[in-house]
Design a protein around this ligand. Structure first.
Ligand code: SF4
Length: 269
């Protein structure tokens, strides 16, 4: 069963006192939020959470799908890792900046600045879309790292990509191709909206490069339909992506991007 409303650790965290008082027997409010999502804690275990808020959040929690606890467990792991990260090294290695306190990482995603603190809390000038959270934290915590190479590879060439390529085709490339067919101006608009870059060295009607994260360059190549020839759309990745993000996070990121583009198309054309 899918949900209408996805509840994330951050949504719960925002309702908490954020005092890290530990009365719930966990080290921080964020750990508590992740544990609630994962089903290891109940909202009632935070003594400072008002009854009205508990009822409100409980309604959303009851609608959650069975897949989400796995996601929550993954998030909880990421939050633990973030605490121990060497922010200075991560900033240097992964194309981020450190604020003056040295405790907040600033990262540019599609032209927008996201800030991440030690608790793994994300803040941004724009609305934080739930699907960005896990891939972004994962990008910061990923154990290996490589600089951008300038060599493009297909999704199936990404480490582990063969197992995910079917899903990637049906949830990412295919819907984006249909969108571009229906709204020929969309891809050019995406370049403007998300600080992308149009590139000309590819055999495509339009080719653009986006940076969902600093060292995750994504290339979208689109060929419009021509007579009997159908349209074609392929998404490529710099080969460094294999070392900078797990294939599952890469898939989540791209599927989320396509969903966001779909919303833009519905609202603007
Ligand atoms: S008891 Fe509530 S306020 Fe205190 S740390 Fe736990 S979640 Fe935060």
């Amino acid at each position: 069963m899918t949900t209408k409303k996805v509840l994330t650790p951050l949504e719960i965290y925002k309702q908490l006192e954020q005092s890290n008082c530990k009365r719930c027997m966990l080290p921080s409010c964020l750990a508590f939020a992740a544990a609630v999502i994962g089903g290891q804690k109940k909202l009632e275990e935070c003594p400072s959470l008002p009854q009205g808020v508990i009822e409100q959040l409980s309604l959303k929690l009851e609608k959650r799908s069975t897949v989400e606890p796995q996601q929550a467990e993954f998030m909880a792991k990421l939050l633990r890792k973030i605490k121990d990260l060497d922010f200075k090294a991560v900033a240097k290695e992964r194309g981020c900046e450190l604020d003056e306190t040295g405790e907040i990482l600033k990262l540019r995603s599609l032209g927008k600045i996201f800030q991440v603190d030690r608790e793994g809390v994300l803040r941004s000038e724009c609305h934080i879309i739930p699907w960005v959270e896990a891939p972004l934290l994962s990008y910061l915590c990923y154990p290996t790292h490589r600089q951008i190479s300038g060599r493009w590879i297909s999704f199936r060439e990404i480490k582990g990509g063969i197992d995910w390529r079917g899903l990637f085709g049906s949830r990412c490339e295919m819907p984006l191709r249909r969108l571009a067919d229906g709204h020929p101006e969309l891809l050019a608009d995406i370049v403007d909206l998300f600080m992308g870059r149009e590139v000309t060295e590819f055999d495509a009607d339009i080719a653009l490069v986006l940076h969902p994260f600093p060292h995750i360059p994504v290339l979208i190549c689109y060929q419009a339909p021509d007579g009997d020839l159908g349209s074609e759309l392929n998404i490529f990745f710099d080969e460094c992506c294999s070392e900078n993000l797990h294939v599952k996070s890469l898939y989540t990121l791209c599927a989320g991007l396509v969903m966001m583009f779909e919303k833009i198309a519905v609202n603007h054309y």
